[in-house]
Design a protein around this ligand. Sequence first.
Ligand SMILES: [Fe+2]
Length: 293
Amino acid sequence: MPLTTAPDELRSAICTTPTSFATAPARPVAVADARQVSEAEAAEAVARYRLNGFALVQFTPEECGEDTVEHLAQALELGEPFVPPLYTKAGYASPRVSSISAPEVQEDSRHPHFETTVGQDLHCDGTLQDIGVIKSAVLLCCSQGAEGGESFVFNAHAAFAELLDTDPAAARALTSPGVLVRRATFNGSDEANRGPAFAVIGDRLVCRYCVDATDRWETSAVDDPVAAGRGLEFLRSARQEGSPYSLRFTLAEGQAIVMDNTRISHGRSKYRDGPGRRRRLLRSLHLRHPGGG
Ligand SMILES: [Fe+2]
């Protein structure tokens, strides 16, 4: 019999890290010198991350590079960037900070999301890692494409809290081990990770709401498939544009988002590069939250 998490335990875990997009400031935290993020700048970013599940940080576009990501991670006490083992399989090398851009000439071995211009639906980073392992991610926009490439985030934590209030059986069903199957299609791998979409780890609710191309929901594998289906339908509706749980924005050049990979899901719309306008983002993954923890 699959183990699920009781509603009372979920309720108390939700209270540990309440998350709202309503208080997210429109203006990013402005960093004066990327090489030396000040204590006040870092503290403001940490405070926003805790309240909103993410924080936007603005550097001058000229300062955009791998070092900028590493300096920010250091200032926020995120620890060393984590490189998923999948990225270094079969002799491939992968840097600590990944570059996300589409090559001018398409190659067969490209990363399915890093090196294409297609849209990417909501997901959490760390496909093959277990839920809750990758705690945070930094995404820095170095240059925008000619068109598209809008970012969107979904407050899975708060949406799940509402689901728990209105339909506890549906919320509980989404904590079933094996309800979410994520598959990697990179470096010749077809490995999969099966797990719950929501779990209590330590004293926190940890979320992993993913509906991207390689994610699959196996509601038939849980005790109460009907309740799981209701939960997914609720979340599908909660993620729509205009919902208080959904935000869309375009990262400006020199702008970074620090995301809680355990509370919010993220995605991007498709984009098009043009002459002299190639979209390029840098990304690092981390095993800690900003400010420690
Ligand atoms: Fe991602």
